[in-house]
Every structure is written in structure tokens, then in C-alpha cells.
Design a protein around this ligand. Structure first.
Ligand code: SAM
Length: 279
């Protein structure tokens, strides 16, 4: 198949952060009696090219998150679960599984918002996992993130689509009903995001005009999501990485959240250290 084309320089940043974390995570848990799973719920095709890669040779395609997880080798994951919706990409993942037949790779064609809760319900006391949520846009439902947090056994990297969220939250009026429904699904309820809007009253000669406005910028929106994560997980990395497009506009924020009481402090220390590096 042709590798999917998406992303840009921010894609490499995001993947480098993930790669470093997976390496550190498996090394830290090397001598613990846990069975380690990596779940890539928006798995892609294993390799990708960015729009600026047009003239690259096929063998120069960039390695996607699934390939990077397979390559973690100090202490390899015991199991890797790749979930992907698009049939052609699933085929590619299956070929990758067949090339790495001894690696415990499971490929599932399905919807991440259904497959993740099912995985969470199936976890045993000695299972630990890292879940990577790498959607194109607003696909991740809050209920999926909540299911991850409830296990208290999973560390999670979440790519939050800050530009898509900000576009659905105009600064000079409330979102439309359709936009509100998407935001409710992403944040898990209106009470978790609608407070970014304040009522403004413009005094008029006959009637006053009431209208809802929010401050420009993404800070308040990002703070809503971070506070949501902080309420659900044991700990959340202090500063998410903002991933900008080539015009320096924020596209995504990469959050890290850890669910296990004992493991979270060290997990978050490692993630903070990686997130604060400049690459
Ligand atoms: C940004 S790409 C993932 C890239 C991948 N992590 C990598 O590094 O190569 C997002 C992927 O999620 C898939 N996708 C979109 N919605 C999905 C859903 N609800 N469940 C599972 N996969 C989905 C898309 O088909 C696409 O391949």
C-alpha cells in the first residue's frame, strides 16, 4: 500500500517523545513482575510520509508509532495491540505483525472508543500498559480517557486537538449546537468547558444586547482539558508539549497522565523530563 501522508515536523517531535518514554518505561519496569502491553489505538499503517516528503524514496518512509514500539528492545513489551479503523492500514499492520511473528502483536480493525474500554475491562492485576491516543482530530471521547484512568494501571499519552477545539469555540459567540455536542463528548460534559464563556452586556438605547464571549487564545481551553485529566488520573505531567504547524500555530497539545498510585510519581518525572527537552 501507499503509506498515508499526514503531519509535519510536529509529527516527528511527538514520536520522538513517545519513543523516549517507551524506552524509559520498559527499562524502569524491567525487574517488576508485570506483563507490559503497549496499545496504539489510532495506529495508522506503521509508516507514513509527510506532505513535504513527496520526493522521498519508498525505503526512506518514516517509522510510525507502532514500528517504534516494536523496536523498544531493552525490555520489549510482552504484547502490542494496534487498533485502526481503515481497512488498508489494518492490512499494512497485519503485514508488520507477520514480519514480527514472535512479538505478541495483536491487530484489531475497530473503533478506538470501543476497543479501549474493552481492553481496560480485560486487564489482570499484574497487567501494566502504555496507551497512545494519536487521533487526527476530535475522535477521542472523554469516556474512553476515563476508562483508561479507572484501571489505575495505565500510563497514557494523549494528543489533544487544540486547534480543532478552538475552531469550535468562537470568541464572539457560543458554539453551534452541533459543535457543543462534539465538545461535550471530548470533555465529558458541558460543565467542563462552557465556563470559558462569559456573558457580555452591551447597553443599548432600547434593548441591551447579551452575548457570550471567550478570551482569544488557547490557554483556557488547554487548562480545561488538563484539569479534566488531573481529576481522573493519579498525576499529570506539568507542561504539555504544544505542537505547532509550519506557521507556528498550535495544532495539538501532547499530554501525559499516569494512573497508578505507586508508579505515577516516577512516570510523571520521566515524562516531564522528556517533555521539557527542546527538540
Ligand atoms: C494520526 S494517524 C496515526 C498515526 C500513527 N500513530 C503513526 O505514528 O503512524 C490517526 C489514525 O487513526 C485512525 N483512526 C481515526 N479514527 C479512528 C477510530 N475511531 N478508531 C481507530 N482508529 C481511528 C486513522 O485512520 C489514522 O490512521
Amino acid at each position: 500500500m501507499t503509506a498515508p501522508r499526514f503531519g509535519g515536523p510536529w509529527t516527528q517531535q511527538k514520536l520522538e517523545i513517545l519513543r523516549r518514554y517507551l524506552d524509559a518505561y520498559t527499562t524502569a519496569l524491567k525487574n517488576q513482575p508485570f506483563s507490559l502491553t503497549y496499545m496504539d489505538a489510532f495506529a495508522g499503517a506503521g509508516a507514513y510520509s509527510t506532505p513535504d516528503d513527496e520526493y522521498r524514496e519508498f525505503n526512506e518512509l518514516r517509522r510510525g508509532s507502532t514500528q517504534l514500539a516494536i523496536e523498544v528492545d531493552d525490555k520489549p513489551f510482552d504484547r502490542l495491540i494496534f487498533v485502526e479503523l481503515v481497512a488498508e492500514r489494518v492490512e499494512s499492520l497485519r503485514a508488520m505483525r507477520d514480519r514480527n511473528a514472535d512479538r505478541g502483536i495483536v491487530v484489531v480493525q475497530g473503533d478506538a472508543n470501543e476497543e479501549i474500554p474493552a481492553f481496560c475491562n480485560s486487564m489482570n492485576w499484574d497487567d501494566r500498559a502504555v496507551v497512545f491516543l494519536d487521533p487526527f482530530k476530535t475522535e477521542v471521547s472523554w469516556s474512553t480517557v476515563a476508562a483508561i484512568a479507572e484501571t489505575q494501571k495505565i500510563d497514557c499519552w494523549i494528543l489533544f486537538p487544540i486547534m480543532a477545539a478552538a475552531r469550535m469555540m468562537p470568541t464572539d459567540r457560543e458554539p453551534t449546537e452541533a459543535e457543543k455536542m462534539i465538545l461535550d463528548r471530548m470533555f465529558g460534559g458541558r460543565e467542563h468547558w462552557f465556563h470559558v464563556y462569559q456573558e457580555q452586556i452591551q447597553l443599548g438605547f432600547f434593548d441591551d444586547e447579551h452575548r457570550m464571549e471567550r478570551h482569544r487564545g488557547i490557554e483556557q481551553i488547554a487548562a480545561c482539558y488538563k484539569s479534566r485529566l488531573e481529576g481522573a488520573f493519579e498525576r499529570v505531567a506539568r507542561t504539555p508539549r504544544t505542537l505547532n504547524n509550519s506557521r507556528n500555530t498550535p495544532l495539538f497539545q501532547l499530554f501525559f497522565a499516569a494512573g497508578n498510585k505507586r508508579g505515577a510519581p516516577i512516570a510523571v518525572d520521566i515524562a516531564d523530563h522528556i517533555l521539557l527537552k527542546d527538540w
